[in-house]
Design a protein around this ligand. Structure first.
Ligand code: GDP
Ligand code: MG
Length: 299
């Protein structure tokens, strides 16, 4: 039994061919439609897909970009090292398949999985659609001889069969670590904060040393309409000269900042984003309590 009083937290990678049911499983495990997620601070290598806190355990589900590239691209050692360092950062890998034989792509992905030293689960999804359930056992037998899976878990993500057991197995493998995220991480307030962070990040990237670090971003509007996020943000600067610099020639700089920030938001929120940005000179904003509050600095 897992000690239910000790905080556990780990990164769980979901790996598998397109269409095997990764998103379906994720949405079910996380318990809500995953549209708003946060990013683990200081990590750019993984994209966080969803967070589930259950009892004392926190599962951070991640996508591992680069992982899905074929091994043919990874012939040289440098590339292989990159892959193993990416998968090496996770605590557990869920390898999904939806049929009772492995395709060549599966084998490639599996070899990548086993480059890491973390446990790998074989999750056989879509068991509801299996014609012959008897075929499961020989398949499991055979594949277990070839790969050293920590566990093999047949599930139906769609019908929610055996997914609770899968969750329990995941929790058991999580290292004893303090949580990375607050329990209420998936909130709207958080999404606003993240949106502001994206804009701020792009400003820093665009401006380099020119950037006045007292630049602040205030989200004025954040609403969803017909699956599209409408986000308006004001960039607050201290001086007129900073405003001119930020806007750039005919607004070129602001356009670039907006484009890049929007792209990141769409990736993170997993939906279309209409982003409006403008720059306002507001000297002494840092003394303004309302501004501070809306910027998320109140706690
Ligand atoms: P992903 O590309 O790996 O993220 O796969 P998706 O989660 O988008 O699922 C691909 C398709 O498989 C969708 O049409 C799902 O409804 C379907 N699917 C996912 N899980 C199951 C399952 O357990 N049983 C069945 N019958 N279909 C499933
Ligand atoms: Mg998907």
């Amino acid at each position: 039994m897992v000690d239910s009083t000790v905080q556990r937290c780990g990164l769980v990678a979901l790996v598998g061919r397109p269409n095997v049911g990764k998103s379906t499983l994720l949405n079910h495990l996380v318990g809500q439609k995953v549209s708003i997620t946060s990013r683990k601070p200081q990590t750019t290598r993984q994209r966080i897909l969803g967070i589930k806190t259950s009892g004392a355990a926190q599962m951070v589900f991640v996508d591992t970009p680069g992982f899905h590239q074929g091994i043919d691209k990874a012939i040289n050692r440098a590339m292989n090292r990159t892959i193993s360092s990416v998968v090496g950062d996770v605590d557990l890998i869920l390898f999904l398949t939806d049929r009772l034989h492995l395709l060549p792509e599966d084998e490639v992905l599996l070899q990548n999985c086993f480059r890491s030293r973390c446990p790998v689960f074989l999750v056989i999804n879509k068991t509801d659609a299996l014609g012959d359930k008897q075929a499961l056992l020989p398949f499991i037998d055979d594949i277990s001889k070839r790969y050293d899976f920590a566990e093999v878990v047949p599930v139906s993500a769609l019908r929610k069969h055996n997914t609770a057991q899968l969750e329990q197995s995941i929790i058991k493998r999580l290292p004893e670590n303090p949580w990375l995220f607050d329990e209420d991480q998936l909130t709207d307030r958080n999404a606003r904060y993240l949106a502001a962070e994206f804009v701020r990040e792009k400003i820093t990237r665009q401006m380099g040393d020119e950037v006045p670090y007292e630049v602040a971003v205030e989200i004025e509007e954040f609403r969803e309409e017909a699956g599209i996020y409408h986000i308006s943000a004001v960039i607050l600067v201290e001086k007129e000269s900073q405003k001119r610099m930020l806007i750039g020639e005919k607004g070129s700089r602001m356009k670039l900042i907006g484009m890049e920030a929007r792209r990141d938001m769409e990736r993170m929120f997993d939906c279309q984003v209409m982003l409006k940005l403008w720059v306002k000179v507001k000297s002494g904003w840092s003394d303004d309590e309302r501004a501070l509050r809306s910027l998320g600095y109140d706690d």
